[in-house]
Design a protein around this ligand. Structure first.
Ligand code: SF4
Ligand code: SF4
Length: 151
């Protein structure tokens, strides 16, 4: 479940998970250990202070199933999945949040809504180490600036 469930229930159903076919999801150590307990088969590789979930055939995330969507239960889902189409850059102890235009429906997500949910995201980010935050930030910072809207 995303941080903005009401909006996402409608738009993600229409979209069918473009984001689940386009990106390798960032995993912290704790998230990787959790997913391993889900019982699914998946591939991943080391990236900085964390890991990236390898895209499978399609290409698509190993957990995406046609007609069903994500098969990963909420309790196993990494923050990167819940966060999208928001992302953050962590710099000198501060988080800057962005709405990522790669989401085909990003215009339907009102920046004010995005601001409201930041508190909940920050709570989950307390469990991430400094280096995990910095590694995730590298992925976001590598995107073209024109594809990001500060929120
Ligand atoms: S790309 Fe956007 S609308 Fe589509 S599934 Fe991902 S978050 Fe939902
Ligand atoms: S784990 Fe689920 S939500 Fe995350 S990318 Fe894969 S299919 Fe999409």
């Amino acid at each position: 479940m995303k941080f903005m469930p009401d909006i996402y229930q409608v738009i993600c159903a229409k979209c069918g998970g473009v984001c689940c076919r386009s990106y390798e999801i960032f995993l912290t150590k704790c998230e990787l250990e959790k997913i391993k307990r889900s019982g699914f088969d998946f591939k991943y590789y080391k990236y900085g202070a964390g890991w990236l979930l390898k895209l499978g055939r399609g290409p698509a995330c190993a957990f995406l199933k046609k007609g069903i969507g994500c098969r990963l239960k909420k309790k196993f889902k990494p923050l990167d999945c819940d966060l999208f189409p928001l992302g953050f850059i962590y710099c000198r102890g501060k988080f800057e949040f962005y709405l990522l235009k790669e989401c085909a429906y990003h215009k339907k997500i009102i920046p004010a809504e995005a601001k409201k949910i930041r508190k909940r995201i920050l709570l989950r980010l307390k469990t991430w180490s400094e280096t995990e935050r910095e590694t995730y930030s590298r992925l976001i910072a590598a995107r073209p600036k024109s594809s990001m809207i500060a929120v």
